[in-house]
Design a protein around this ligand. Structure first.
Ligand SMILES: C[C@](O)(CO)[C@H](O)COP(=O)(O)OP(=O)(O)OC[C@H]1O[C@@H](n2ccc(N)nc2=O)[C@H](O)[C@@H]1O
Ligand SMILES: Nc1ncnc2c1ncn2[C@@H]1O[C@H](COP(=O)(O)OP(=O)(O)OP(=O)(O)O)[C@@H](O)[C@H]1O
Length: 303
């Protein structure tokens, strides 16, 4: 067989500009009104023909990424191969820049990237709705990693409606030492809300309008993450990081998804540099990364 050229796909991280969480469903998942925004921090997944499924990973804390079939990228390749009656004989190389277990959907990005890379490598031309269906089976955040931009996710977050975004938003992301487990954070949400009436999740009109008009000040006023108290309860040191970003002039500060990465919305690229520098100097985080949103979803790179 002639060897096909390797395919590399670039996939963005996400921040949840609104994460409204309802009471758990009978299956344990929480109903969400999840407003995703893709941000310009990327992983790259390269798929190469190989005699069997293998994975390598490079980048910060890549040692914490599993290299067996539990890796979400491997699971994506296996699911796509099964759909087409193929063997998942591929080498996947993941160049990681999205913080591992950071609440920015890094594993989900790798799954979406692997799916698109294998589809191109194998020439399987899978229709977009079938790719999205595989994504939804792999994880609640995975469909958004494929589409990028901005979207409202309902159900467990996997049912997406694209949202218009009227301009660029500038952010700084403070990477924490170590990760947080997403199930543990949802579990802590349940513990903290036990005995209270948890309202049905609803997207905020003010937030959607701020996205539509590209108004950073209005977006800052409307940001919200119902998982933030749970993430802070499990990692109290994040309060000092949030305070350092606010003191440095961020328009708003919040935990990104399930954390422990924290997100700072700022006015422009200069403010992003200043806030990032102040966060580094505060000693309350492991790294501070400026990034711009919205970012495109999973994209095949032509080299
Ligand atoms: C926190 C977010 O990142 C916000 O976008 C997501 O809700 C998490 O999405 P994800 O990591 O893709 O999550 P999944 O892989 O689907 O689920 C992992 C675990 O998170 C919890 N989970 C996830 C999504 C959801 N709507 N309710 C949940 O309770 C469940 O314990 C589940 O077993
Ligand atoms: N390709 C992958 N990259 C990173 N972690 C992976 C991957 N595949 C499986 N995992 C496992 O998933 C766990 C969560 O990692 P991930 O980086 O996806 O977290 P996250 O960004 O907090 O997720 P989310 O924001 O979607 O809840 C890791 O601790 C790791 O064990």
């Amino acid at each position: 067989m002639t060897r096909r050229p390797a395919v590399t796909v670039r996939v963005p991280a996400k921040v949840n500009v609104q994460l409204a969480v309802g009471a758990p469903r009978p299956d344990g998942f929480h109903p969400l009104a999840n407003v995703f925004l893709a941000v310009g921090l990327y992983d790259e997944v390269t798929a190469t023909d190989a005699p069997e499924l293998t994975i390598t990973c490079e980048g910060p804390r890549s040692g914490q990424v599993p290299l067996d079939r539990t890796n979400l990228a491997a699971r994506a390749a296996i699911a796509l191969a099964a759909l087409h009656g193929l063997a998942p004989d591929v080498h996947l190389h993941i160049a990681k820049d999205i913080p591992v277990a950071g609440g920015m959907a890094g594993g989900s990005a790798d799954a979406a990237g692997a799916l698109l890379a294998c589809d191109a490598l194998w020439g399987t031309n899978t229709p977009h709705d079938q790719l999205l269906a595989i994504c939804a089976e792999l994880g609640s955040d995975v469909p958004f990693s494929l589409v990028g931009g901005a979207a409202l996710g309902v159900g467990r977050g996997e049912q997406l409606t694209p949202l218009p975004v009227g301009g660029e938003f500038h952010w700084v992301f403070a990477v924490a030492d170590g990760g947080l487990s997403t199930p543990a954070v949802y579990g802590e949400f349940d513990r903290l809300t036990a005995g209270t009436a948890v309202p049905a999740p609803e997207a905020s009109d003010a937030l959607l309008a701020a996205l539509r008009t590209g108004d950073a000040t209005a977006l800052a006023a409307a940001l919200g993450n119902d998982l933030q108290p749970a993430a802070l309860s499990l990692r109290p040191s994040l309060a000092a990081t949030l305070a350092a970003g606010t003191a440095a002039g961020a328009l708003a500060a919040l935990v990104s998804g399930s954390g422990p990465t924290t997100a700072y919305l700022v006015k422009d690229a200069d403010a992003a540099q200043r806030v990032a520098e102040a966060l580094r100097a505060s000693g309350t985080c492991a790294a501070a990364r400026p990034a711009v949103s919205p970012a495109a979803g999973a994209t095949v790179l032509t080299r």
